[in-house]
Ligand binder design. Structure first.
Ligand code: HEM
Ligand code: HEM
Length: 431
């Protein structure tokens, strides 16, 4: 039995139900478009994975709310009985299963993955992993994919049904899901659905350079940087290094002996100038992770012609590590990697520096990090002459010696991490 147009017009879903219907519909299409492209983006798509998981969890909450409202609020009676009515109710039931089942299987698949990558929903709320056996990962992964494709099929049937009512039966059913009876409003709401899909596809453009490239963190003026935890790292770094450089310059001026004094034979003391960089690269399967420290300082006492008398000490503020991505950075600062809240500083100190070429040097010494002190060698080269030199260098650090990268979140990351640095240094002593 098909009630007349007037009946259909008189009844409409609650405004809350209408709002949630279109919001969830657009978000679902966004999610499927984004989800289908994730695999092709590879391990560097950290930000897109986080976005997919965040939007998915938001859909789960909104769908539970929508389902709760359906039970709590009156809704229009079915327009059709018989097979069409049964089909419509079955598709609606299937859509609810999809709206709740797709995010749940997504949550289950990340909870059972070999590498337990933490999820920060919209960069703020941590998502706990469900206590499920890892052996079920393949099952959840398959279920997630099947849920998405079943969902697409149900959506197609659902849209076909809605349009059948609108154009063939002309019973005004479509307007039960619009806040006002207007074809324009209905059209605008329907357009949200393909717009969600298009937005999801747009998110698949690789955004590698932004999240992972190290920036010249000590440069002056500083480039624009994201604000994390209320602190703009570069701005802070600039302020810190500015102060540091000033203090060191002061110390240099104070401590430099008079030209004629016997201390003139002591090696000169160098000030690290703002604008340098200290970054690191860790290989992860075929990819690599890059990051940088924005706050570090040092005392360098060295005569390049007599390196054996050198004494170099570099201090790194571990909290200033930044990978250009909030989640990766928080993982790095966390227990499994730097445990930076407990071990705030890492120190490199030389015991012996020797020349390896006309401008090349090797510095043997120790690194103290995360409560462990171990022997470490680094190589560097000097360029320039006189009282201002440019320093570039690198070291290969075995992260396992310092317990950096324990637990499943470090699986697949190579044990050797390359550290690179470059900076200018000046001395008030003429060379
Ligand atoms: C794309 C994802 C979509 C999902 C997941 C979805 C989901 C749902 C669900 C679960 C219901 C049942 C509401 C209830 O009785 O509690 C419903 C109703 C409805 N949907 Fe959708 N929908 C989507 C897209 C669309 C589109 C694109 C249209 C229009 C072309 C549409 C038009 C309608 C209409 C008119 C109703 C009310 C049916 C009635 O009164 O019996 N939906 N939708
Ligand atoms: C309504 C919500 C969701 C929809 C419609 C959806 C849809 C999809 C789709 C279509 C794929 C691609 C499947 C494939 O090609 O294998 C996918 C992959 C993925 N989804 Fe979701 N998803 C949703 C929610 C979630 C949630 C809440 C999470 C985690 C908390 C999640 C995590 C993932 C992950 C990690 C992948 C990649 C899987 C892989 O590469 O094996 N998804 N999703």
């Amino acid at each position: 039995m098909v009630p007349n147009t007037k009946t259909a017009r008189a009844m409409r879903y609650s405004l809350a139900a209408i709002f949630l219907h279109w919001l969830i519909a657009a978000a679902l299409l966004f999610q499927i478009a984004l989800g289908l492209g994730l695999e092709d983006l590879g391990a560097k798509a950290f930000a897109q994975y986080q976005l997919h998981k965040s939007v998915g969890m938001a859909i789960l909450l909104l769908s539970l709310l929508r389902f709760g409202l359906r039970l709590a609020l009156p809704r229009p009676p079915s327009l059709e009985s018989g097979f069409p009515g049964f089909l419509a109710s079955s598709v609606h039931a299937g859509l609810y299963v999809f709206m709740i089942g797709a995010p749940l299987t997504g949550w289950m698949l990340v909870s059972t993955a070999e590498i337990k990558v933490p999820t920060l929903i919209f960069g703020t709320v941590p998502l706990p992993h469900l206590p499920l056996p890892d052996g079920l990962h393949a099952v959840f992964s398959g279920a997630h994919e099947v849920a998405a494709f079943l969902g697409l099929a149900l959506i197609a049937l659902h849209i076909a049904g809605a349009l059948r009512h609108h154009w063939l039966l002309r019973d005004g059913l479509l307007y039960r899901m619009t806040p006002v009876r207007s074809w324009l409003v209905a059209a605008l709401l329907i357009v949200l659905v393909p717009a969600g899909w298009a937005a999801g596809r747009a998110m698949l453009t690789p955004q590698e350079s932004a999240p992972v490239s190290p920036r010249p963190l000590m440069s002056n003026p500083a480039p624009a940087q994201p604000v994390e935890n209320g602190v703009a790292p570069a701005a802070e770094a600039e302020a810190e290094t500015g102060t540091d450089a000033a203090t060191q310059a002061e110390a240099t001026a104070e401590e430099q002996p008079e030209e004629a004094s016997p201390e003139a034979v002591l090696p000169p003391r160098w000030t690290i100038l703002p604008g340098g960089r200290l970054d690191f690269t860790a290989s992860y399967r075929a990819d690599s992770y890059k990051g940088a420290f924005s706050r570090w300082s040092g005392t360098i006492v060295m005569d390049p012609d007599r390196p054996e008398t050198a004494d170099i000490r570099i201090e790194i503020d571990m909290m200033s590590a930044n990978m250009g991505d909030a989640t990766q950075t928080s993982m790095l600062l966390g227990e499994d990697f730097f445990a930076a809240s407990q071990f705030a500083t890492a120190v490199f100190r030389t015991s012996k520096v020797r020349k390896t070429g006309p401008d090349g040097f090797q510095a043997d010494g120790t690194v103290s990090m995360k409560g462990v002190t171990a022997a470490q060698t680094l190589r560097f080269a000097l360029s320039g002459t006189g009282a201002r030199r440019h320093v570039t260098g690198s070291a290969t650090i075995d992260r396992n010696r310092f317990d950096v990268g324990t637990g499943t979140s470090a699986q697949g990351i190579a044990p050797s991490v390359t550290v690179n640095f470059a900076f200018d240094a000046s001395t008030s002593r003429a060379q």
